[in-house]
Design a protein around this ligand. Structure first.
Ligand SMILES: Nc1ncnc2c1ncn2[C@@H]1O[C@H](COP(=O)(O)OP(=O)(O)OP(=O)(O)O)[C@@H](O)[C@H]1O
Length: 307
């Protein structure tokens, strides 16, 4: 595999089979330096499997992946020394306190200065003095995030980083992701939370049943999809005309919103809709962008299939 300029993560036909129709198949993905890449998919889609492959914790059953040009399986030591990783289950039932655990990681990584760790702990409200096994899930997660980030690695690979965090802490974490990006470092994280992905990610990959079904700039994913339309006519058009509008290709969920008002969703092009509207006096029209959540559902729910 030739390394693309600026590529930090590159996978080619990456596959992991656990048996019949499980794991991931044929994943081709490139994440560039300085990008924040969101990896979205429902439970069981293959996010954790992909992340474990990238970290060299699992052996691919097909294809290959490189991180900073190193093969993730054969050169996993080189890979791991450059990546801050939050695993899917950071649930250490340990006697060690957060502080002791971070010191341990600092020694392993040859980092003498824990001041960045302390700063991150302060911002996330992490409890460094308590034994890990006494911490709630969210508070363990905070220690997991600090250990992934405190040595300022050039790449962060985080599995559901905001899972279990309360909204204010999630917000603080998103701020940290932006700062990492401003420093030119790269972030790859999996998520269920579409709103957060929409806010911080440059690009989004959507994985479904082990296959990468879309990789798009976050804005383009939304732009390419549908619009919710609300129209107020100057005067009520004849019933026949409304039926014609409702019957245009790509028009769905057509509803009357009171006299002279209709709402509907348009998939695909808007041209036919606009021409039909123009046959009447239009007092007002709104084209509302769907949320990433709706776009996402379109990929999974059948309707619209992400057009
Ligand atoms: N060790 C394993 N043995 C057998 N099957 C597995 C194993 N790990 C994962 N799978 C299967 O592989 C598929 C992908 O799982 P994976 O954990 O990667 O999904 P995910 O997208 O991370 O889901 P979640 O959001 O629930 O964490 C699932 O069908 C899962 O049941």
């Amino acid at each position: 595999m030739r390394r693309e300029m600026g590529a930090v993560i590159e996978t080619s036909g990456l596959a992991k089979s656990y048996g019949k129709s499980r794991g991931i198949r044929g994943v081709d993905l490139t994440v560039r330096e300085g990008e924040v890449f969101g990896f979205l998919g429902p439970n069981g889609a293959g996010k954790t499997t992909t992340i474990r492959l990238l970290m060299g914790f699992l052996r691919p059953s097909g294809g290959s992946a490189r991180v900073f040009g190193f093969d993730v399986w054969r050169q996993s030591v080189e890979v791991r020394s450059r990546v801050g990783n939050l695993p899917g289950e950071f649930a250490l039932e340990d006697r060690l306190t957060g502080e002791e655990l971070l010191r341990f990681f600092a020694r392993l990584r040859g980092v003498g200065d824990l001041s960045h760790a302390r700063e991150l702990a302060e911002r996330l409200g992490a409890e460094l003095g308590r034994p890990m096994r006494r911490l709630s899930r969210g508070n363990k997660q905070k220690i997991g995030l600090i250990q992934a980030m405190f040595h300022r690695p050039p790449l962060l690979i985080l599995d559901e980083p905001t899972g279990g965090l309360d909204p204010l802490v999630q917000e603080e974490f998103l701020g940290m992701v932006r700062e990492v990006k401003e420093e030119g470092r790269t972030v790859f994280f999996s998520s269920h939370n579409l709103a957060e992905v929409e806010r911080v990610c440059d690009r989004v990959g959507i994985i479904r049943e082990g296959e990468l079904v879309a990789v798009e700039p976050t804005d383009a994913l939304i732009d390419k999809s549908f619009r919710h339309v609300r129209v107020a006519f100057g005067e009520e058009p004849p019933e026949k005309e409304l039926r014609r509008l409702a019957g245009l290709p790509g028009v769905e969920n057509f509803r009357s919103e009171g006299p002279g008002r209709v709402s509907f969703t348009v998939y695909g092009g808007f041209d036919a809709v606009i021409k039909q509207l123009a046959r009447h006096t239009v007092a007002g029209v709104d084209f509302e962008r769907p949320s990433l959540e709706e776009v996402f559902l379109a990929y999974y729910g059948g309707k619209g299939d992400g057009r």
